[in-house]
Design a protein around this ligand. Structure first.
Ligand code: NAP
Length: 299
């Protein structure tokens, strides 16, 4: 029903889609996190989100900086370890183990990517699943699959929150996700198919094994681009009036190249902006995972 209303609103005025920014969604989540932090502090508990950075990649250091500033703003402690690019896998696992066993640390992340000689997935598997604020540990993927509580993968959870915040109905509607990657498409499909008012959708996942994937995207009420292929989603792949969520991106240096071509805004009923759509909700979900991990650890 909202799609019809949205199409009517947009196509009778400018012919362009309603924008779905992530910032107000993130602000609402941060407000919820700040209230939970205040309750913890009343009990004498300071939530703590630890970070590990390996190497000297500028972009990764920048992301860590954003997370540390957000941690400070929300009243989190944010212990940090910066390991040299030459570190061994065993050194990285030892740094993770120290945070795993520190009861004052409630959440932990290793900034992705790590230098090529290191195995990020192997490192991820050594993180205490209850401290895994990225929600990417295999145990947490399993919890998601069977519907047990635990940290949720941040970008998929952020997309569900973004749709809910902007009052896009999801339940009973056809969601098509382009991409089945482990960080995005696959967990998002599990999340949006769950029995919950903000999910409960008919979800289809398409990928390189489905050469005629456009046949599916063209019938989607909600289309999520999660391929990491710049410009892969063109206006002809979008049903008129549909909701389009651009989550897949690639970087050429600092330049962001989204999956969704800007011209899709002329066909969609609602669409995430080129910059400031899914990204802010991902960061907010990291802190929601961290504060919930603190609550669970200190019950
Ligand atoms: N905005 C954010 O905060 C955020 C967070 C996390 C990830 N991301 C972005 O989301 C994207 C996906 O991440 P990921 O880790 O899930 O990536 P991934 O593991 O590389 O998965 C990409 C998926 O897209 C599919 N695909 C690629 N090219 C295709 C094509 N030409 N036709 C049809 N399907 C195609 C692949 O199909 P196959 O499985 O058949 O190979 C695969 O399932 C990346 O761009 C990443 O940067 C964004």
């Amino acid at each position: 029903m909202t799609t019809t209303r949205e199409s009517a609103e947009t196509h009778t005025t400018s012919g362009a889609a309603r924008l779905l920014p992530g910032a107000p969604v993130a602000d609402a989540i941060f407000a919820e996190v700040a209230a939970a932090v205040a309750r913890l502090r009343d009990r004498g508990i300071t939530p703590s989100l630890a970070t590990i950075l390996v190497g000297d990649d500028d972009a990764s250091a920048g992301y860590i900086g954003i997370k540390q500033r957000q941690a400070a703003a929300l009243g989190f402690a944010s212990p940090h370890v910066h390991l040299p690019a030459t570190v061994t896998q065993a050194d990285l696992h030892r740094a993770i183990a120290r945070f795993n066993t520190d009861p004052a640390v409630h959440g932990l992340l290793v900034q992705y990517p790590v230098p090529g000689h290191l195995d990020y997935d192997a490192a991820l598997q050594t993180i205490d699943p209850d401290k895994d604020v990225d929600g990417m540990h295999p145990l947490n993927m399993g919890r998601l699959a069977v519907g047990l509580p635990g940290p949720l993968p941040c970008t998929p959870a952020g997309i569900e929150a973004l749709l809910a915040h902007h009052e896009i109905p999801v339940a009973g509607r056809e969601v098509v996700i382009l991409g089945r990657g482990a960080t995005l498409g696959r967990p998002l499909a599990m999340l949006l198919a769950q029995k919950r008012p903000t999910a409960n959708a008919a979800v289809t996942v398409v990928h390189t094994g489905v050469p005629d994937w456009a046949r599916y995207t063209r019938r989607a009420d909600i289309l999520v681009a999660a391929a990491g292929v710049p410009g892969i989603v063109q206006p002809e792949h979008v049903k008129p009036g549909a909701v389009v969520i651009g989550a897949g991106v690639r970087y050429a240096g600092r330049r962001l190249l989204p999956d969704v071509d800007e011209a899709c805004a002329e066909v969609a009923g609602a669409i995430t902006p080129r910059v400031g759509g899914v990204g802010p909700t991902t960061v907010a979900m990291l802190f929601r995972n961290a504060v919930r991990a603190t609550e669970r650890a200190t019950r």
